[in-house]
Design a protein around this ligand. Structure first.
Ligand SMILES: Nc1ncnc2c1ncn2[C@@H]1O[C@H](COP(=O)(O)OP(=O)(O)OP(=O)(O)O)[C@@H](O)[C@H]1O
Ligand SMILES: [Mg+2]
Length: 251
């Protein structure tokens, strides 16, 4: 199962969801690969020292001859491996422009390692460019985090349109797994209104588990830990654990 986590709106909790969902699956004893397709490299920096990275997602997708394993790193989390990103990933689009297989680079390169992992989770950048398209072409499922904020649904139409185009041709098997509401404040009327609105638009696709606004979740990447070791008894740990169960239940 390959889950792309995407929303071209920035700062909605894609990376936080990718890291903690990946860590939750690993804690359940599954082999997991987290793939960072964002040149900002936030997922990578949450686990690895950037100076220790030699080969990354960019080399994985542009150098078809080198073994895929060279871009895979172990993380301190048992069972969780990582393909990190570096800033050179920002060149990906300009390098591949015009190549007829440019949408399929990731899918083709993952073929040889797919069997090793129960879950592959792809963190994507806040754009609908070639990197996100590569993620959606390679993925079996799409998970969309939507921040509980006034402009929550801004841009989701464009995302769903892109998904339809990808389903029409390169990846008819892509399934819309669901929407997770993130950074939610249930104490405010606005928070409750926004939640209701997201549920009206996406109906059953909205996961029951909602990720609350939490200082612990915000802090954990700075300490290079997923929420389960950084603050195991926090609401964030419980909510991401529940989300992982819901995801498993949907497939
Ligand atoms: N539930 C939460 N409670 C509080 N802060 C959160 C929560 N989830 C994420 N954050 C914080 O919000 C910011 C944006 O989150 P994150 O990096 O996960 O979003 P993103 O969608 O990956 O952003 P980008 O589009 O830039 O890649 C980060 O500083 C993160 O620590
Ligand atoms: Mg991110």
């Amino acid at each position: 199962m390959i889950i792309a986590i995407a929303n071209q709106k920035g700062g909605v909790g894609k990376t936080t969801t990718a890291i903690n969902l990946a860590a939750a699956f690993a804690r359940l004893g599954k082999r997991v690969l987290l793939l960072d397709l964002d040149p900002q490299a936030n997922s990578s920096i949450s686990f690895l020292d950037p100076l220790s990275i030699e080969r990354s997602a960019y080399e994985l997708m542009t150098d078809g001859l080198a073994p895929v394993e060279q871009a895979i790193y172990r993380t301190p989390v048992e069972g969780l491996d990582l393909v990190p990103a570096r800033i050179n990933l920002a060149k990906f689009e300009s390098k591949l422009i015009g190549d007829i297989d440019s949408h399929f680079r990731l899918k083709d390169r993952l073929k040889s390692v797919i069997k090793e992992y129960r879950y592959i989770i792809i963190d994507t950048p806040p754009t609908l460019g070639l990197l996100t398209v590569n993620a959606l072409v390679a993925a079996s499922h799409l998970l969309v985090p939507i921040q509980s904020s006034y402009f929550a649904l801004e841009g989701t139409d464009d995302l769903l349109e892109t998904v339809e185009k990808i389903r029409a041709r390169p990846n008819p098997d892509l399934e819309f797994l669901g929407v997770v509401i993130t950074i939610h404040d249930k104490r405010t009327i606005l928070g409750r209104d926004i939640r209701g609105h997201i549920q009206e638009v996406f109906g059953k696709k909205v996961f029951k588990t909602i990720i609350s606004r939490s200082v612990r979740l915000e802090e954990s990447p700075a300490y290079k830990e997923p929420i389960f070791t950084f603050a195991p008894h926090s609401s964030g740990a419980l909510q991401y654990y529940k989300l992982s169960e819901e995801v498993i239940g949907r497939v």
